[in-house]
Write a protein that binds this ligand. Sequence first.
Ligand code: AMP
Length: 416
Amino acid sequence: MKFQKPKGTKDILPKDIHKWHFVEKTIREATKLFNFSEIRTPTFEYTELFKRGVGSETDIVGKEMYTFVDKGGESITLKPEGTAPVMRAYLENSLSAESPLHKLYYITSMFRYEKPQAGRYREHSQFGGEIIGSDSIDTDVELILLAKEVYNRCGINNFKLKINSIGKPSERKTYVNALTDYLKKHFNRLSEESKKRLGTNPLRILDSKSPDDLIITKEAPKIIEHLTKDSRNRFDLVLYELTRLGVNYEIDFRLVRGLDYYTDTTFEFISSDLGAQDALGGGGRYDGLIELLGGKPTPGVGFGSGIERLIIVAEKNGFTFGEPSSPKVYFIALNSSAKEIAFKIMMELRKKNISCETDLLVRSMKAQMREANKIGSDYVFIIGDDELKNQKGILKKMSDGSQQNVEFDKLREYLN
Ligand code: AMP
């Protein structure tokens, strides 16, 4: 029987793993520079958290969750997004008692039962950031800057930042009424999906990529026209600050998240290198979420960004993610006594953080030399009968072919 990986998943093979290591390292470096702390939450949560914290009418919860009943009869869901679990952990562990403000980041797998296509998987990885405890515009800006920093450090400079404000729930209510009235007038021309959404979540119609819907929504009332002075001011301040810091953006009135707890700023990073699934990352404020999950009203803002897509875009821009790592020295031991010595020296070198490799396939000297070349080791250290006798091996530098005899217990000094 031949097994295959489940549809929509991927293997990250050794030849590509350095890209992932580079991106993960970059995220950790950037988050450190911004003083974010890492938080790790379980791979699965009780289903109710996502129903409540994301919303049953969303595609994520309505259609895409990996949900099952466990042996104890509990409904469990594999994490489809990062914010609700972080908020659950924030509340459950009373983090607000430790500090009024938390800046948290995560790197984690997400699971969504979506139709796989380029850049869209059923298991994908995201890094995300959340700032909990302040509604200052600086928190919106700080998160945008963090995402931008990570992209820039991965060689991505040509993304587009789209931004919008959806105000407060009360403003959205009047807006949804105005939008619904407008869309009803064009009902017959809406796509079938949007006809359904008109009754459940009309805001989502603005997300629709259907050409008919796009023509209709182009002329639709815009949420920005329905914001109160305060909300509009807040949005202008965010834009002012981004401009002041030299961050380019484009206001996109379609960028509305169809969830009640979202407030004010929403943003998305788009890349033309991604094709149909062009979102590199996205986020927004969720000042109503913690209250919805049973906490005291607490403002927050967050974003999530796909790591697979980040790697796709970085590669399209010619970014190399550094070199795959290779051992510093490859030991060629030509008999069993030589092998014994080689392992001893390797043990010492590894303790000193010098990476070593030797032949584990009992290959000929020529084949071992070829292997050392192939894996890109900087040196080979050859031990045969004569070398054993003299307690000196032959150290060969692969870059120029030069070689010298080096005492076994002096090797480390030569490698430094
Ligand atoms: P979302 O929570 O849908 O805004 O997703 C945040 C980011 O995660 C997106 O901007 C994408 O970069 C990435 N993402 C979301 N869904 C997928 C998926 N199915 N496959 C790969 N990346 C995804």
